[in-house]
Write a protein that binds this ligand. Structure first.
Ligand code: ATP
Ligand code: MG
Length: 254
């Protein structure tokens, strides 16, 4: 038996009469990169929202390190190390890269405004923020405002602010979305490097990135698990191919 950091059992979310996530049983092995893929509307983002308690499950269970966290509040989830990368818009555009990371550290330390204003605390936060920037290759951009960063570097900044919260389990929803090939390469390398010593669950449409990074893949379709396994296995699965081609055909006729 594997060492699972996260398990869902029969996890279900209904919106009125519509079931967006349907009895999903998932096991995420500690220390791996696990990709969640599937056509548009498959329920991937809803599944993430259930894990971070952004929305409440209709039924089923979520276990984290063996503990039932189904009824936990979002803040408790974050305090225990489950951190979702923010949307780009959540990086403050008119703060510098350094200030953005420092802010995430202040949030983690949960210290009062008066306290962290003291010069000593601020200096120690600056040191740590600089380390985080260095970790994602942004050291030389420290004093640039977030708005001035190239697109791929903004994503790196977003990941740096997530690292500041010391995640044990990182959830990344389409980290390479909207990027050109060069940025995709850089951000995938970055994800690989920050995956050391932690677990990552990522929703990703770019199958090249999935092939390169994911230790294991779960395919969702219409809210249900359609297939699971390594890339070779999953990409050859006829049901998976059909699910993807179905969407392509619809999109083509739209
Ligand atoms: N708050 C909501 N109320 C009603 N329906 C919702 C709500 N959130 C999501 N849905 C529906 O649930 C289904 C799954 O949506 P979800 O966003 O989880 O899909 P996804 O797999 O992330 O898709 P994409 O690849 O396009 O991001 C969709 O049909 C969506 O319209
Ligand atoms: Mg989505």
């Amino acid at each position: 038996m594997g060492d699972f950091i996260l398990e869902t059992k029969g996890l279900t979310k209904r919106f009125g009469g519509f079931t967006a996530v349907n009895k999903v049983n998932l096991q995420i092995e500690r220390g791996t990169i696990h990709a969640l893929i599937g056509p548009n509307g498959a329920g991937k983002t809803t599944f993430f929202n259930l894990l971070t308690k952004f929305i409440t499950p209709s039924s089923g269970q979520i276990l984290y390190n063996g503990e039932d966290i189904t009824r936990w509040e979002p803040a408790e989830i974050a305090e225990h190390g489950i951190i979702r990368s923010f949307q780009i818009s959540a990086v403050f555009p008119h703060l510098t890269a350094l200030e953005n990371v420092r802010l995430s550290l202040q949030k983690r330390l949960n210290v009062s405004y008066q306290f962290w204003r003291s010069a000593r605390v601020l200096a120690s936060l600056n040191d740590e923020a600089m380390q985080r920037l260095d970790q994602v290759g942004l050291k030389r951009y420290a004093d640039l405002h977030a708005v001035e960063l190239p697109y791929g570097r903004k994503r790196a900044l977003e990941i740096a602010t997530t690292l500041g919260l010391e995640p044990e389990l990182m959830l990344l929803d389409e980290p390479t979305q909207g990027m050109g090939a060069e940025d995709v390469g850089q951000v995938s390398d970055l994800i690989k490097s920050v995956s050391v010593g932690r677990t990552i669950i990522m929703v990703e449409h770019n199958l090249g990135v999935v092939a390169k990074l994911a230790d294991r893949i779960t395919v969702l379709n219409r809210g249900e698990v359609l297939a699971e396994g390594g890339y070779e296995e999953v990409s050859k699965n006829p049901e998976v191919m059909e699910a993807y081609m179905g969407v392509t055909a619809e999109e083509a006729s739209a």
